[in-house]
Design a binder for this molecule. Structure first.
Ligand SMILES: [Zn+2]
Length: 300
């Protein structure tokens, strides 16, 4: 493996990342989830400790700019839990921001992302963006262009929230085709929410990483497809593209509350993958793949 992974405590060799939750949140807030903010550092530490107690060694927080990232809290949490933390910059859908706030940063997005990746007191290691439902709207197009520019300036990987798991091919075309981002630097998230295995195979064959997350109450109707989606990619020879995360977005979804939280990945999902698909597949999905997905040759 080559390159390094940018954690909140500095750049590390990919080999030292370890067992990784590739998509989650310690802190997040949105006008879309009133009263459900993740904004409690002590609760975040408990959640991290529950993940670490099961052998978890790294968590990637996909909270983008302006949604309560709490970057300054992350180094201390990483030190106290012993878990590597990778933070994100980037921007979510327009509905997560006040119109005036977006107008204020609209023309300087790439600069803002590059600053958070390279010059902020706590640096991000991922650019997170988002699609609209089954299409790319004007906001998305603008944000994808900025993310691609920031990628070219820094080498940072790009993680995409696909709304309902949709628009995967359109987003990959826009990033790779229009903007020249190598597909291997793109992580398409939430794909199990649209459990069409032939689309999963297509984007994996193109070289993108395929992110599955959960389970959660919000996505209970499709979560039962998660394991089959993993197995289908394994069977078609795309084990090396699969990433798994917990994607805890509300306080009640933590393992210390109603759950299932981050711990589920290691007390339930990983043992099942080991049992039904084998240890080698589990190691790829939880350790080797994230090490490749989040490491890059940083240009700054
Ligand atoms: Zn998320």
């Amino acid at each position: 493996m080559t390159g390094t992974i940018r954690t909140v405590l500095g750049d590390i060799e990919p080999e030292s990342l370890g067992v990784c939750n590739a998509h989650d949140h310690l802190f997040i807030s949105s006008p879309q989830l009133p009263g459900q903010e993740l904004d409690d550092a002590e609760a975040a530490l408990l959640e991290l400790n529950s993940f670490a107690a099961l052998g978890g060694q790294a968590v990637v927080q996909w909270t983008p700019y302006g949604m309560g990232q709490r970057l300054l809290d992350l180094p201390e949490l990483s030190r106290r839990s012993g878990v590597h933390l990778v933070a994100a910059t980037g921007l979510h859908q327009a509905k997560h921001y006040a119109a005036a706030e977006f107008a204020g940063i609209r023309d300087d997005l790439a600069e803002l992302f590059v600053h958070q990746l390279t010059a902020a007191p706590v640096r991000a290691g991922l650019i997170k963006v988002a699609s609209a439902f089954h299409h790319i709207d004007e906001h998305t197009r603008h944000v994808l262009a900025a993310a691609a520019a920031a990628h070219h300036a820094t080498g940072a990987p790009i993680g995409v929230h696909l709304e309902g798991g949709t628009a995967a091919s359109a987003v990959l075309d826009e990033l790779a085709g229009t903007h020249g981002v190598p597909p291997q630097r793109v992580i398409l998230g939430h794909l199990h929410r649209f459990p069409d295995s032939s689309i999963h195979r297509q984007v994996a064959a193109a070289g993108a990483f395929v992110g599955f997350e959960g389970p959660s109450r919000a996505h209970h109707t499709v979560d039962w497809r998660l394991f089959d989606n993993i197995a289908a990619l394994v069977e078609s020879g795309h084990t090396d593209r699969i990433l798994l995360g917990g994607d805890t977005v509300t306080a009640s979804a933590r393992s210390t509350a109603d759950g299932p939280g981050m711990a589920y990945l290691l007390h339930t999902l990983r043992p099942r993958i080991e049992r039904e698909l084998g240890l080698e597949i589990a190691t790829a999905v939880f350790t080797t793949n994230p090490a490749r997905a989040f490491s890059t040759h940083w240009r700054r």
